[in-house]
Design a binder for this molecule. Structure first.
Ligand code: SF4
Ligand code: SF4
Length: 364
């Protein structure tokens, strides 16, 4: 091991520098201590606020005790990567789909981007601290990552339940490197919300049922990303035209007024998807879908989910220009897409079709 091994502070600072060199915007350290959120997590699960995401209810003990995870973690290096595209000048790139796709999902799959950076970081840690064991996690691991990131000083959990930093807002992704190295933990930040409740007021579906409590059963992100099959009739009008995720509670947050633009170009919307619009998405066949979304986090909703959401979004806009695409979707092999298309057509009614919106169908 290098001489850094004897100096806990110097080793910690060096690892944070290496995290930035690996492409991350910020890094902090938390002790791999048991979670202080045990009661809150159990209450959330008891209320059923996790909706159909049954995997979140599996094995909560593992989530609460990161030290039990490999590699016998003592410390957790938490990294942050900004993803906001920067000033949007009132317009959005490309087809009419993109104003209603959550910004984190417009570019390459962040699991890949973050995972690659974390593997680079792990290799560098192995170089400066030979014998140290590490393990990267991005979203998929059994970690309560927002709580851990808050303990690592990367922000504090806001009333919209996301991690929020007074300088960097909340438009950033998180990843973790668990290690058996004993590093110096960072200090948590103060509560950034105070008496503000803008995100609660901005949520159109009441999913922020109370400060710091997200009821996924009412959240647009849940319905458009995680839910499989038809969307219940009572939920459809509340989706507000979102095709994948929802950014409204973040847009409302005063700390997000001047977002830091992403430094990682792979998180930007690539030209081959930028031109795709609702009508084009409804018309996609499987081969073209695989081509376009292979490297996108939007593949989580699968082709069926994206087309179902596109039909519901077209219905939300109630624009007769979508009628031909929706009529085509009535022949879709998925009952969920067909049902959504029929609902959308019933919203649009029988008036004359206007010209297609600019860019419609231009993905071909
Ligand atoms: S993502 Fe949208 S629906 Fe979900 S809590 Fe935020 S504003 Fe509400
Ligand atoms: S909108 Fe206000 S209450 Fe909500 S997270 Fe931002 S600062 Fe906190």
């Amino acid at each position: 091991m290098t001489d850094l091994a004897g100096d806990r502070s110097a080793l910690t600072e060096r690892i944070k520098e290496l995290a930035r060199a690996a492409g991350f915007d910020r890094a902090g350290v938390a002790a791999a201590a048991p979670s202080g959120q045990e009661e809150a997590l159990r209450a959330w699960l008891r209320r059923g606020d996790h909706a159909g995401m049954s995997w979140l209810a599996r094995d909560p003990e593992r989530r609460l005790r990161p030290a039990d995870l490999p590699p016998g973690a003592v410390s957790i290096v938490v990294v942050a990567l900004d993803y906001h595209p920067g000033p949007e000048r009132g317009g959005e790139p490309g087809g009419d789909l993109w104003p209603r796709v959550a910004r984190y999902a417009r570019g390459e799959d962040y699991h890949e981007v973050m995972g690659e950076g974390l593997r680079r970081l792990a290799a560098e840690v192995a170089r400066i601290a030979p014998g140290a064991r590490t393990r990267p996690y991005v979203d998929t691991g059994p970690l309560l990552e927002r709580e851990i990131a808050a303990r690592a000083g990367l922000g504090a959990v806001g009333k919209h339940t996301l991690l929020l930093h007074p300088e960097h807002g909340s438009w950033f992704l998180l990843g973790e490197l668990l290690t058996d190295l004993d590093l110096v933990p960072d200090e948590p930040l103060a509560d950034p919300c105070g008496s503000c409740t803008r995100c609660l007021a901005a949520c159109p579906t009441g999913a922020l049922a109370a400060p710091y409590r997200l009821d996924a059963r009412r959240c647009i992100s849940y319905w458009t990303i995680e839910h499989r099959g038809p969307v219940p009739a009572e939920v459809r009008p509340g989706l507000g035209g979102w095709v994948f995720g929802c950014d409204l509670c973040q847009e409302a947050c005063p700390w997000n007024r001047e977002p830091t633009p992403a430094s990682e170009p792979r998180l930007g919307l690539p030209p081959e998807r930028a031109a795709l619009d609702l009508a084009g998405l409804l018309a996609l066949d499987r081969d073209r879908y695989v081509d376009l979304f292979r490297r996108s986090p939007m593949k989580r909703a699968k082709l069926e989910g994206l087309q179902r959401n596109a039909a519901l979004a077209a219905g939300d806009r109630a624009d007769p220009a979508y009628r031909p695409a929706l009529a085509g979707a009535l022949r879709n092999p998925s009952p969920a897409v067909r049902e959504a298309a029929a609902w959308a057509l019933s919203r649009i009614g029988g008036g004359p079709a206007r010209d297609r919106p600019a860019g419609a169908g231009s993905e071909e």
